[in-house]
Design a protein around this ligand. Structure first.
Ligand SMILES: [Zn+2]
Length: 68
């Protein structure tokens, strides 16, 4: 079962979403109802991402290569 999505913004004003202990940043323009979010630690090689449609989680690829 998915954890509850919590929409937040970063200190720089970027859109982000908190899912349990994991935080994701909006990937791309964010236009349209379907949005892809990438793990905040992708710069460290983490490939996890989620996809939302109208603020509902529809896909969760949980392959974190790091511990929170
Ligand atoms: Zn990750």
């Amino acid at each position: 079962m998915f954890s509850e999505l919590v929409f937040v913004s970063t200190s720089r004003g970027r859109a982000a979403v908190q899912l349990g202990t994991c935080r994701f940043l909006l990937d791309g323009s964010g236009r349209g109802v379907k949005r892809r979010w990438r793990c905040v630690k992708r710069t460290y090689g983490c490939r996890s991402f989620i996809v939302t449609v109208e603020n509902t989680l529809i896909k969760y690829s949980c392959n974190h290569n790091h511990a929170y």
